[in-house]
Ligand binder design. Structure first.
Ligand SMILES: [Fe+2]
Ligand SMILES: [Fe+2]
Length: 313
């Protein structure tokens, strides 16, 4: 049987489950709560204290879980009694689970739909809660979670910027989904090449670049010919390392507005990881290094958003 890993923050106690909830315990999968039963407070608390707080579902329950999650999400997001922290925690859990599933199983349609749901929810939580973006960016994660966190950051910030630039709902949904999955091919590279993710761009040799940038082509291969992935998203993923100077892997010099936003926000967040510079220093460096790679107008808009969202403090 195939088990899909999910994060604890995507379930809540005192709910009747519409799927069998498994845990991995002493080298095997055990059914912890059966379909139709309630996840008690006690059982939920025990789940939460695990080192990596995860549970599992089987493939046959994926649709049931998706429906359960959709209603839990809309309940959580619209409930004024639930704190912003808890809302953010839930959305982060959904988005992280979705990205992780896409990394492990890029051809899984249910994982893809979960990613779309996650992108929409991230946008919603940021739109309705002025502190949400700052909370998302402020979280520290373990080294092995860095890539997932990067995907969430890029999604949240690029959608925020695109919203200010008056992109349509459809554009925001496409951008958000593409941002969550833009780097899904990185974990598939061999161990030594994965280390290039943490190497500052300026230090990449031509060989490094050739190898590292393959992740954009690979991601496109993983997603193309899937009828549920639209062309805008496919192109966004394939072009997320492109710059206006034409020095990206696909040598494109013309980028759509969404492509330029995704590439620029990706560049910014990646710098904060690889260069370990403060947000304000990262922005300063970027304004110098990336002149000609992004339009000055967009860089300035970005600067404004980082300021107004309190991300430079
Ligand atoms: Fe990338
Ligand atoms: Fe990236």
């Amino acid at each position: 049987m195939d088990y899909t890993p999910l994060r604890i923050s995507t379930v809540k106690p005192l709910k009747i489950l519409t799927f069998d909830l498994y845990i991995f315990f002493k080298d095997q999968f055990l059914c912890y709560v059966k379909k139709g039963e309630q996840l008690t407070e006690d059982k939920y608390t025990k789940l939460k204290v695990q080192k990596v707080a995860k549970f599992f579902i089987t493939e046959s329950d994926e649709v049931n879980y998706q429906n359960f999650l959709d209603s839990l999400l809309s309940e959580t997001m619209t409930n004024p009694k639930i704190t912003i922290d808890d809302k953010v925690l839930m959305v982060e859990g959904v988005a992280s689970s979705a990205v992780e599933r896409m990394q492990q199983n890029p051809g899984n349609e249910s994982a893809y739909h979960m990613t779309e749901t996650a992108a929409k929810s991230l946008r919603q939580v940021i739109k309705n809660n002025p502190d949400a973006l700052k909370k998302i960016f402020g979280k520290k994660v373990e080294k092995n979670e860095e890539l997932i966190k990067h995907s969430l950051n890029v999604c949240a910030l690029s959608v925020k910027l695109a919203e200010i630039l008056r992109c349509t709902d459809q554009e925001l949904d496409d951008l958000g989904t593409a941002a969550l999955i833009h780097d899904i091919a990185i974990p598939q590279m061999n161990k030594n090449d994965i280390l290039l993710f943490n190497k500052p761009r300026k230090l990449l040799t031509n060989d490094d670049k050739r190898v590292y940038y393959l992740h954009t082509k690979d991601a496109k291969i993983l997603l193309q010919e899937k009828p549920y992935v639209n062309k805008t998203i496919l192109e966004l993923v394939a072009n997320h390392e492109e710059v206006l100077s034409g020095q990206g892997p696909n040598k494109k010099k013309k980028l759509t507005k969404l492509e330029e936003i995704l590439s620029m926000v990706n560049n910014y967040d990646k710098r904060t990881i690889t260069n370990k510079t403060s947000p304000i220093q990262t922005l300063k460096d970027m304004m110098i290094d990336e002149m000609g790679n992004y339009s000055l107008e967009l860089l300035n808009e970005f600067k404004k958003v980082l300021h107004s969202e309190g991300l430079l403090d």
